[in-house]
Design a binder for this molecule. Structure first.
Ligand SMILES: Nc1ncnc2c1ncn2[C@@H]1O[C@H](COP(=O)(O)OP(=O)(O)OP(=O)(O)O)[C@@H](O)[C@H]1O
Length: 300
């Protein structure tokens, strides 16, 4: 994870529930290696980045400052989770970073393209060609088969007729484990299978980055685990980039890095997360927030 200055975030705190394996992961050697990798490589290869991002909804007395000066990069080839309490600005950050919403001030980039500088048509093309999305609701087209749903973005973009695309789609179908369901329609699939189709669709056009907003929110824990493993495999085996909003520490543990938001600000980052470490960190924010003047738990 890189911050505005390109420095890696604070080092992970193994915490009381940490296993030996987790502790080993955060030895000094590992930290140095990881820090060097993040600082040298990721600074120039952020798939997406926001700088000094401010988002205000409404105006006057009812204005809500959903993002309050967030600077964060999402490195290419990595799986990043965005976490934080309800209302902390996770979805707003994702939507603004992905070009689904605009910032009040600050900049959002996909690669080197600054989203605020694009007109509507170019922004639509950039979203179509360079960004993939997975939402809590699977958003599949009910009348199309699994195969047709997966290739839909490429068909709309009139891409995918070449051999490389065919090979990519073929490999993707194996990664998501849907080869025997290709001619089924979404209604004939379980929720977990439908979300796997949505994941395949998100990666089909080989986008620079896939944004996932609570992708396991509608799934039981086992199907959710399948989808999270799938996102991890896409990153690690197929060199993809994923940014996922979640409130679930178990889901966040599948990521390479976690960024924590509270009250619209980036308050912490963690590499090589585990569910226990993430949970501990979230509890610490609750305490801090409650103790801070004007914090959520503070007396009014
Ligand atoms: N369209 C909107 N109009 C007004 N306020 C909004 C809008 N969208 C979000 N907000 C407010 O902005 C703040 C951040 O919302 P956001 O949805 O980004 O948080 P979140 O961390 O994703 O929350 P949750 O985990 O509950 O989904 C909240 O106070 C929310 O009420």
């Amino acid at each position: 994870m890189t911050t505005a200055t390109g420095h890696p975030g604070p080092e992970p705190n193994p915490g009381p529930g940490t296993t030996t394996l987790d502790a080993a992961r955060v030895t000094d050697a590992a930290r140095v290696t990881d820090a060097a990798r993040v600082t040298d490589a990721a600074r120039v290869t952020d798939a997406a980045r926001v700088t000094d991002a401010v988002k205000v909804y409404g105006s006057g007395d009812t204005a809500v400052r959903a993002l309050d000066g967030v600077s964060v990069g999402f490195p290419a080839g990595r799986f990043t989770a965005i976490m934080g309490p309800s209302g902390s600005g996770k979805s707003t950050l994702m939507h603004c970073a992905a070009g689904l919403d605009t910032l009040t001030s600050g900049t959002a980039r996909i690669g080197s393209a600054e989203l605020g500088a694009l007109d509507d048509r170019r922004l639509t093309l950039l979203r179509r060609d360079r960004v993939g999305f997975v939402f809590q609701a699977f958003n599949l087209v009910p009348t199309l088969t699994v195969a047709e749903n997966i290739t839909l973005p490429m068909d709309l973009a009139r891409k995918g007729g070449d051999r490389a695309s065919a090979e990519w789609t073929d490999a993707l179908i194996d990664v998501v484990g849907l080869r025997d369901r290709l001619h089924h329609r979404p209604a004939e699939l379980s929720g977990g299978q439908q979300q796997r189709v949505a994941v395949a669709r998100a990666f089909a056009g080989r986008p620079d980055v896939v944004f996932a907003d609570e992708p396991t929110g509608n799934l039981d824990s086992r199907s959710g685990e399948d989808v999270l493993r799938l996102l991890g495999r896409a990153v690690r085996q197929m060199d993809r980039t994923v940014v996922m909003v979640t409130h679930d520490p178990v889901a966040a543990a599948h990521a390479d890095e976690v960024v924590f938001l509270a009250d619209g600000r980036l308050v912490d980052t963690m590499t090589d997360p585990t569910a226990d470490k993430v949970l501990d960190r979230l509890k610490a924010f609750d305490t801090t927030s409650a103790a801070a003047p004007g914090g959520k738990g503070a007396p009014s």
